[in-house]
Design a protein. Structure first.
Length: 319
């Protein structure tokens, strides 16, 4: 165990030395293109976690925060996973390999916004079903991937087909829009999402990435509600968005919005429509001037970040 731990840290150190900024944004994976090697795939995917550990350990306090795991998982999918899946007959794999491949494709599809990764995960699940293996947890994961991609009709189909006891049928999106960025709001029945366009206004604007499940997000909202002056600024100049995650938390968002009617939390339809947002951790504050992102503020610790926030708002002439 100690030897494995030592090897892990040695690999992490080597990885960071060779991928330190400004070159840290690209990982090169070493995978076979002709035959699937599940153990090798798992080893290559672990490089992403090692890189991520090294990144956070060396991130400077005032540095721009970027979560590159999605980019690295996308590269892993294109360089390794997709090529191998296309070059083999999945039914020829051993049961142990199928189980490990299910874990790999589940993890990969969790991070990547490309829907093809979810289809790859679905392909592995279907083979497990044929072999009468236990797939309940993976079916729930598949539903959550469909939710992330806002494929609610496909999610409902899986829920009904496999009678998933832990899943309720999901809302459907009612109307289409013409804009490049769209937000979703749930109706009172929890059966319909209303879709509407988002446009940046002229001047300064704040986009708050938030979640009712996140303690720092709740901490900031409590602080804001006790500061009448800044509350007014956020009521007039901010839009609050919930990331396109795998879970909707309908009741929690409805309760949060019921007592914060002037700063409601909306669901993001597609994160890909917000290319300037590189980090979706909550809470994160993005500040814009005439539609261009000019500043990022990450997190709200117990001691708050009032001075930093006020400085940014003053620079934008919002206070």
């Amino acid at each position: 165990m100690e030897l494995n731990k030592m090897n892990y840290y040695i690999k992490t150190l080597i990885l960071f030395i060779f991928l330190a900024p400004p070159c840290y944004s690209q990982l090169n994976f070493q995978c076979s293109n002709s035959a699937i090697e599940v153990t090798n795939l798992a080893e290559q995917m672990r490089l992403i976690d090692q890189w991520n550990d090294a990144y956070w350990q060396t991130l400077k306090e005032d540095a721009e925060v970027t979560d590159l795991r999605a980019k690295h998982h996308d590269s892993f999918y294109r360089q390794c996973l997709n090529k191998q899946l296309n070059n083999i007959k999945i039914e020829a794999l051993s049961t142990d390999d199928i189980k490990q491949l299910a874990f790999i494709t589940s993890d990969n599809s969790f991070y990547v916004n490309d829907f093809s990764t979810t289809l790859a995960f679905k392909k592995v699940i279907e083979e497990m079903v044929k072999r009468e293996l236990d797939v309940t947890n993976y079916l729930n994961d598949l539903v959550s991937r469909y939710v992330k991609h806002r494929k609610f009709d496909l999610a409902n189909r899986i829920i009904a087909q496999y009678n998933l006891a832990d899943q309720d049928l999901l809302p459907v999106i009612k109307n289409s829009t013409q804009g490049n960025r769209t937000l979703l709001t749930i109706d009172s029945t929890h059966k319909i999402f209303n879709q509407h366009d988002f446009y940046f206004r002229k001047g300064a604007q704040i986009v708050v990435v938030s979640s009712p499940m996140c303690n720092p997000s709740k901490r900031f909202l409590t602080w804001l509600n006790n500061n009448a002056k800044l509350r007014k600024v956020f009521e007039q100049h901010s839009t609050w968005i919930n990331p396109a995650s795998s879970y909707l938390h309908l009741d929690m968002i409805e309760s949060r919005n019921a007592i914060n009617t002037n700063i409601p939390l909306h669901y993001v339809n597609k994160e890909i429509d917000w290319p300037e947002i590189k980090y979706w951790g909550t809470p994160t504050f993005y500040f814009y001037q005439d539609g261009l992102r000019v500043k990022q503020l990450v997190g709200w610790p117990k001691e708050g970040r009032e001075d930093e926030l006020i400085s940014i708002l003053e620079n934008l002439s919002l206070i």
